[in-house]
Design a protein around this ligand. Structure first.
Ligand SMILES: NC(=O)c1ccc[n+]([C@@H]2O[C@H](COP(=O)([O-])OP(=O)(O)OC[C@H]3O[C@@H](n4cnc5c(N)ncnc54)[C@H](OP(=O)(O)O)[C@@H]3O)[C@@H](O)[C@H]2O)c1
Length: 306
């Protein structure tokens, strides 16, 4: 059994490869598919087979996939070309005899009204129409989404948002990677849609409270209207299209689309999902944050998920 992972140079892809190795999958039975093999020497150093495959060039994918039995298709980070790119991967998988595809979709993809969900819906439809058995790994938010620009949030004492009391049942990238590894290394997942969210769901106020507790600094949640939120993100340097998408996500959170406590993730990984506090603490340490040292003292978890 040979397992292929696309997007293997990204955060999730690397975590999946690591998880497969930890679980004892022989390195020579893992194919890491990347578009820049020369920049992923650490992957090849680990003994896994690194293959060149670019979502934009189907021929590179038909070159990368022969011999792969089970494939994890990690959704592309491209915003405009995502569906076309995923079609190329699925076409190449059909041509090369891949036996199953697990796809990293979005939570409640079928009805989820956010802009981001559209490409996931389109990809799920292509997979359902393909002859290859599929598994949908519908992801909720990564807790890591809240650790980008964390120092600035802590220094300002303010987490901006537009989601009101809406809750996110996030989880760590490592949790989603572990779930993917389970699906790739065990049987019985064909035709299954997993709605993967963390064990607990947090509102913006609770997320700000968690960051404050870990950093030992006051951080309040400041609720803005979606347009004002997008504008505030543009002022921090985000492109307008990305800011609009982020504001649209907040509307989706406010409406409850990202509160997904199905238990699927917990069952697939066989343990509690990672609390936001530990993702925040790790991020502060890894980024060499000025707030890291204080986060190591005390117990900000206070016995709960925060
Ligand atoms: N649920 C959430 O909260 C959430 C948050 C962020 C992202 N996501 C989605 O989940 C995916 C994985 O997340 P991540 O954090 O691992 O993202 P990431 O670190 O940005 O990784 C994206 C991966 O896709 C690869 N890729 C992009 N364009 C490609 C192309 N044309 N051909 C081949 N590979 C290509 C990247 O390759 P390079 O290394 O060469 O760029 C990278 O390996 C993202 O792509 C996005 O669709 C979900």
């Amino acid at each position: 059994m040979v397992i292929g992972v696309t997007g293997a140079s990204g955060r999730l892809g690397r975590a999946v490869v690591d998880e497969l190795l930890i679980r004892g999958v022989p390195a020579e039975r893992i194919v890491a598919i990347v578009r820049n093999p020369q920049e992923t020497t650490d992957l090849s150093d680990s003994g896994v087979r690194v293959e060149y495959g670019d979502y934009d060039w189907r021929d590179t994918l038909t070159g990368a996939l022969p011999g792969v039995n089970r494939l994890l298709l990690i959704s592309s980070s491209s915003r405009q070309r995502r569906v076309r790119q995923h079609r190329s991967v699925i076409d190449a998988a059909v041509r090369t005899g891949v036996e199953s595809i697990a796809y990293t979709s979005m939570v409640r993809a079928q009805g989820n009204p956010t802009m981001l969900a559209e490409a996931h819906r389109g990809t799920e439809a292509m997979l359902r129409a393909s002859p290859i058995p599929w598994t949908m790994l519908r992801h909720d938010w990564y807790w890591e989404n809240y650790t980008a620009g964390l120092d600035a949030v802590i220094a300002r004492g303010e987490l901006l948002g537009a989601a009101g009391a809406g809750r996110v049942s996030g989880a760590a990238i490592a949790d989603y990677a572990a779930a993917a590894a389970t699906v790739l290394t065990t049987d019985g997942h064909a035709g299954v849609v997993y709605e993967l969210g963390g064990d607990y769901a947090l509102s913006g106020v609770q997320i700000a409270g968690c960051i404050a507790a870990v950093a030992h600094r006051p951080v309040a949640y400041r609720m803005l209207e979606p347009d004002a939120y997008a504008e505030a993100l543009v002022e921090t340097g985000l492109p307008r299209s990305v800011a609009a998408e982020a504001a649209d996500n907040e509307i989706g959170i406010a409406a409850g689309w990202f509160d997904m406590r199905s238990g699927d993730l917990h069952r697939l990984i066989g343990r509690d999902t990672t609390p936001l506090s530990s993702v925040v603490r790790t991020a502060l340490r890894e980024y060499g944050s000025q707030f890291a040292e204080r986060s190591e003292t005390g117990n900000p978890d206070r016995g709960g998920h925060l």
